[in-house]
Design a protein around this ligand. Sequence first.
Ligand SMILES: CC(C)(COP(=O)(O)OP(=O)(O)OC[C@H]1O[C@@H](n2cnc3c(N)ncnc32)[C@H](O)[C@@H]1OP(=O)(O)O)[C@@H](O)C(=O)NCCC(=O)NCCS
Length: 409
Amino acid sequence: MSITTRPITKDEIERFRERVYRGFGDELGEEDRDPKRFLALMPLDLTVAAFDGDEMVGTLAACDFDVTVPGGAPVAMTGTTVVTVQPTHRRQGVLTAMMQDHLDAVAQRGDSLAGLWASETGIYGRFGFGHATSKDDVEAPTLAVTISTDAEGTVRLIEPDGVVELLAPIYDAARRSTPGMLSRSQEWWAHSVVHDPPHRRDRDQISAKRFVVYQADGSAEGYAIYAQKSDWSGEVPLGQVRVIEVISTTDRAHTGLWQYLANIDLFPRIRWWNMPVDDPLWWKVAEPRRLVRKRGDALWVRIMDVPAALEARSYETDGSIRIAVEDAFRPETSGVYELAVSNGVGKCVAVDANADVSLGVDALGALYLGGSSAVSMAAAAKIDGAADRVSLLHRLFRTDVAPWCEEVF
Ligand SMILES: CC(C)(COP(=O)(O)OP(=O)(O)OC[C@H]1O[C@@H](n2cnc3c(N)ncnc32)[C@H](O)[C@@H]1OP(=O)(O)O)[C@@H](O)C(=O)NCCC(=O)NCCS
């Protein structure tokens, strides 16, 4: 089998998307055939398709994001997505070939980071991606989510055509203080956040997306997006509120939105598959144990340029450490780097010296946004070094706010 790889042309979008859906065991619906959405979100020059002769057997594409790093800076990150290999061609190196092209393209465009959500945790470590943010899938009876506090502000439903104008500024304000959150272009708002195709709703038997905004003292301080899944047991309502996103810039907005979501008649159950792991809801409710939480991996980060990435973020403590980075997939990234932090600002250079700690580039990606414990990773042999140096690495990289990525891309 001889595999070739290249970006697709506009004429090949439909075939590419058919392969993506088939790769995930799904079907491209008639309603989804319009290439407009694909073109708005995924630049053609960043696609990679793999061919066996004329047959397209592999797909990969990318989106443009800035990701917020600790300290609040937005850093360009290529978002890797729609990775599939047809079932007939798996475990023969097709993804490896596509990933080589893809990461070369990321390096060429000068992004110091790539990021993705993984369908399975065993796939991407070998390509240098590390599990950088986590999420909690939370399910609860709404009674358990009741927060006793004097109501402040109001919550109102808004129509999809008013979403971008009202919600985007709230989102952007929240994004600046949360590592791991992604920038959203106008196209992204339209084609991903507001996008709500009827056939997907029918399949999951859920309502249209609802958008609510929380306002107090004349300013909009938060919003929630959710859908509703009706359910009846005999004549007893058992519906579930499916939270898609809760974004708040103030504590009272957070409280007001959860009070709203937990008090919708006929919907006594609530679920959010992507709650931040340090969401304050846990501390606000009377019976937190009833919020059943299942922890999972979320955004995976791949560091392409170690000095650029490490200098872009801030640090919680000062100190100096030499880090040996091993990158088997892109050996040019391997080396010893000295990170010197003063007043929270890092300077990072490649040095010809012995290292204090050594780790894979995937482990560095896992640490990068502050969501992983270097001490715990050292105990799992993902980081090597003396205990005091590992402890310093841990204290340098951890963050006050747990990193969180708001959506799968
Ligand atoms: C995941 C997928 C793209 C891998 O493609 P592939 O062409 O089989 O991957 P490769 O042959 O290049 O595999 C490279 C290495 O990764 C390993 N690998 C590939 N898929 C893996 C998986 N799902 N779990 C664990 N290891 C995996 C291979 O065993 C191989 O290991 P080796 O180098 O030690 O031999 C393919 O299985 C697929 O399309 N799966 C369904 C869709 C999907 O989940 N896509 C990912 C979306 S995030």
